[in-house]
Design a protein around this ligand. Structure first.
Ligand SMILES: [Zn+2]
Length: 262
């Protein structure tokens, strides 16, 4: 079922609208916002992984629902040692959590004024998730977004256990799937031209929900890779991409959990 599906990358961008076009284009529209990061992903993957994956998913969602693509949010919430290697490796550009919540809140309030029918937010950076949800909830969406359904998620949240059991039998937890099998495979499918030949693997991923100081970077990771990359390939990345897309389609077609008041 996942074979031979064609990705769409060229979609209608919100930024290409003119001001007079906005009210008509937004009437009944779905806005899709990729929220990414710029973070070290070992010696084989580019810094933009956490942006590239939600951006590709967002483009496909926009194409599938006839929506509009918002410019992606490019920077990371602070990378933490046990879920992203932290700041022990060069390249990560991050925004502190309090400022990130403020920044997202301002973005959300501005988006609310557009009154789209639906706002879909796709997160690609592990440490963003709680802050993103706090920003949305903190806006008091019942008041701020009275006419807009909001669906926000990290892409990995839509990967089903059955899929993982079949394709990632040694699954270390999503905190440790950092530059590991799933991200490497997705990047080999989405942007093979930027994936380097090195394939470091790390046999002892850090446990979830544990922070340690002092941290031994060489015990925690292998060159910034937190888990196994063994078996990574474009074919697995393609399967995973369309599995997540199917999950997004199901999530969106399920409709609001609680209908908005009339
Ligand atoms: Zn990542």
């Amino acid at each position: 079922m996942t074979d031979m599906r064609q990705r769409t990358t060229n979609v209608t961008a919100y930024g290409d609208l003119t001001s007079p076009e906005v009210p008509g284009a937004l009437d009944g529209a779905t806005l899709v916002w990729p929220v990414g990061g710029l973070e070290q992903h070992g010696p084989h993957l580019p810094l933009s992984v956490d942006f590239d994956i939600p951006d590709a998913l967002a483009r496909q969602v926009v194409a599938d629902v006839g929506g509009l693509l918002l410019p992606g949010q490019p920077f990371s919430a602070r990378s933490l040692p046990q879920s992203g290697g932290g700041l022990h490796f060069p390249g990560t550009v991050h925004i502190g959590g309090g400022t990130f919540v403020d920044y997202l809140t301002h973005c959300l309030r501005a988006l609310a004024r557009l009154e789209p029918a639906r706002l879909v937010i796709i997160n690609g950076h592990y440490e963003n998730e709680g802050l993103l949800f706090e920003a949305i909830d903190g806006c008091e969406p019942a008041t701020t977004f009275p006419h807009t359904e909001i669906v926000a998620f990290s892409w990995w949240s839509l990967v089903e256990d059955e899929w993982l059991g079949k394709h990632v039998p040694e699954f270390p937890g999503w905190h440790a799937e950092h530059a590991g099998l799933t991200e490497t495979s997705l990047m080999m499918y989405l942007r093979p031209e930027v994936v380097r030949a090195a394939r470091p693997t790390h046999a002892t991923p850090p446990p979830p929900g544990v922070y340690r100081h002092p941290v031994d970077v060489d015990v925690m990771s292998n060159q910034g890779v937190l888990s196994s990359t063994t078996g990574a390939g474009a074919e697995l990345g393609e399967k995973l991409f369309w599995h997540v897309l199917d999950g997004i389609t199901r999530t969106l077609s399920a409709g609001p959990a609680h209908p908005a008041p009339a």
